[in-house]
Design a protein around this ligand. Sequence first.
Ligand SMILES: Nc1ncnc2c1ncn2[C@@H]1O[C@H](COP(=O)(O)OP(=O)(O)O)[C@@H](O)[C@H]1O
Ligand SMILES: [Mg+2]
Length: 234
Amino acid sequence: MTGKSLTVSGLSAGYGGVPVVHGVDLSVAPGEVVALVGPNGGGKSTIMLTCSGLVKPLGGQIRLGDEVLNGKSPNELVGKGVVQVPEDRSLFYSLTVEENLRVASSAPPRVDAYDLFPELKRLRRRRSALLSGGEQQMLVMARALYCNPSILLVDEMSLGLAPLIVERLFDALRSLSAEFGIGVLVVEQHVHLALKHVERGYVMSGGRITAEGGAADLERRWPEIEASYLGVSA
Ligand SMILES: Nc1ncnc2c1ncn2[C@@H]1O[C@H](COP(=O)(O)OP(=O)(O)O)[C@@H](O)[C@H]1O
Ligand SMILES: [Mg+2]
């Protein structure tokens, strides 16, 4: 498939007309996994919500390939392949794994969720309320795949999960991205774990990108990067 890059340029966004994100530039190309990290309240989720149409941009541009996405509704964006895996792991808890997937798919998906997460196959008749946190997160991610994303926006998939499971989820994101040319932007609190699994990253604090680069480079510079934002917020 021929994927398209997501390009965010000079983006400002916020709530009630008050910007909390200021002039952010970032991009995600097909087939790469990119991390967005930084302290709480830095504006990471606001970027994700703006890219998925849930928060309106106050300035700047969001593009998929050459097409400007500003002002499009979340539904239109999903139709164009920009799909968010939200922070709150919302599922239909009274429905089974299989039913949750069936509700999500309008067309046959390009990616077979059970190939990606064989764990879910043996649980397919279990009600999603009875899954572990890690299994629920797999299901939320699997469901997003049924929208045939070309760009996947994943916010804090690791909340409350054991590091081993988070590693498993990162592996899944990487194989998705490599195999199907999906561009993945992932917000992650576990910075070192994220930098082990992604190609590039951006650091956000105070609503701005304060550092960016290859994962190994960011890892090496991390003490200095962290000190700079701890200094600012102190
Ligand atoms: N719904 C909202 N209404 C008003 N302010 C918000 C809302 N959501 C987030 N904020 C504020 O926007 C800033 C950035 O938050 P957020 O994007 O959630 O950061 P992060 O995801 O990096 O923790 C914070 O100051 C936060 O308090
Ligand atoms: Mg957040």
